[in-house]
Design a protein around this ligand. Structure first.
Ligand SMILES: Cc1ncc(COP(=O)(O)O)c(C=O)c1O
Length: 365
């Protein structure tokens, strides 16, 4: 079966499947978030197009969350739409974007849509991030933009303050745009924003999909200095605004963040420890990055000789555990690893722990 078929199967069995394939969050959301969605529906707020700038208080709450004042934003259908708008607005044919392999490759597809080209610096080796030294080796006169995914999807690696400062300096010296994709920021208590070092040309790609558990709501934002956001607006095709229920959910999530985020982080710690113990039982399997600074990491299977796509398929069809083979996330190393996300219930994680050694045993035979 292809990965697309696996998703069809997983959606058809949505209630029974342990959804560990998309770095989403299937833990119960805070009741205030559900209340906000229900109140908006009860009031039929959806009869009208929403206010383009967002429901009152939302953009302020996002800025407060980031502790930033002097930024503007476009609310978008998930962070991915903001990245599309930014790449479209900032890039032209022949430009290069310095990014990594592995990475969340759909952004590289967007770069290609603008006629530009993503240079994928290989970070599938320690320290599993794009160091400033490594970035310098890969920057060329055609480089227009530096894409930093921090924490990285799929590796779960996070950038240190010194690394972010170093990358920002490289961008400033060459006048590059810097997109700081902070989709997984909430999982890393030590996260540092590139804006701190390079406010002039840093854009932040912000998401409500992961830690607050709102992936299906499709809401996010692209933020940056006012002039830059103004120049992005002409590529914003969504002039009628973002789903109002999603906006209400997002606002409630930010207002209650102190109440739910610590619990989500504790679940991540517990589940990744369970997965670590499980992986240790399988000869040749290992975790390149542990602990993860996100809600996912990769399990390297290369020494086992087992194909990650076969593991994805058997885990799903035989055990109703949905994970993702590396080919979706890395051209060079995709055949070596399986990505597993762990913002799931203890019971779902326990199912993975029971199933993974059995599947590996069967496929290695
Ligand atoms: C690094 C990265 N950026 C952006 C996105 C898109 O997130 P959203 O759901 O906010 O569009 C994802 C989704 O997995 C991601 O991993």
């Amino acid at each position: 079966m292809t990965s697309k078929d696996n998703f069809e199967f997983a959606h058809a069995h949505r209630k029974e499947v342990a959804w560990m394939s998309q770095n989403t969050n299937t833990l119960p959301v805070h009741p205030a978030i559900l209340d906000a969605i229900r109140a908006s529906a009860d009031e039929q707020e959806f009869n009208l197009y929403p206010r383009k700038a967002g429901v009152v208080g939302l953009s302020e709450a996002i800025k407060e969350d980031l502790r930033l004042d002097d930024v503007e934003m476009i609310l978008t259908n998930g962070g991915i739409e903001g990245e599309y708008i930014a790449t479209r607005a900032l890039l032209k044919a022949g430009d290069e974007v310095l990014s990594t392999d592995p990475a969340f490759l759909p952004i590289h597809d967007q770069v290609a849509m603008a006629g530009a080209h993503a240079i994928e610096a290989d970070i599938y080796r320690a320290p599993y991030v794009l160091t400033p030294e490594h970035a310098l080796e890969s920057v060329t006169p055609r480089t227009k933009l530096l894409l930093v995914i921090d924490p990285n999807n799929p590796l779960g690696s996070g950038y240190s303050r010194a690394q972010i400062a170093g990358l920002a300096e490289i961008a400033r010296d060459r006048g590059l745009w810097l997109i700081d994709d902070i989709t997984y920021r909430d999982f890393n208590a030590d996260h540092v924003l590139a804006t701190e070092f390079y406010p002039e040309k840093t854009l932040l790609s912000y998401s409500f999909s992961k830690a607050p558990g709102l992936a299906g709501m499709r809401i996010g934002a692209i933020l940056g200095p006012p002039a830059a956001i103004q120049s992005l607006r002409k590529y914003d095709t969504n002039v009628l605004g973002v789903n109002v229920l999603a906006q209400r959910a997002a606002l409630a999530a930010l207002r209650t963040k102190k109440a739910w985020l610590p619990g989500v982080r504790r679940t991540c710690e517990r589940n990744q420890e369970t997965i670590r113990r499980t992986v240790a039982k399988v000869d040749g399997a290992s975790l390149p990055v542990y602990p993860s600074k996100a809600n996912m990491f990769v399990i390297d299977l290369a020494p086992t000789g087992v194909n990650p796509e076969a593991v994805e398929e058997r885990l799903l069809l035989d055990h109703l555990v949905h994970t993702r083979a590396g080919s979706y996330l890395s051209k060079k190393h995709g055949g070596k690893f399986l990505r597993v996300s762990f913002t799931v219930s203890d019971a779902d994680c326990a199912r993975f722990a029971q199933a993974f050694p059995a599947v590996m045993d069967k496929l290695a035979a």
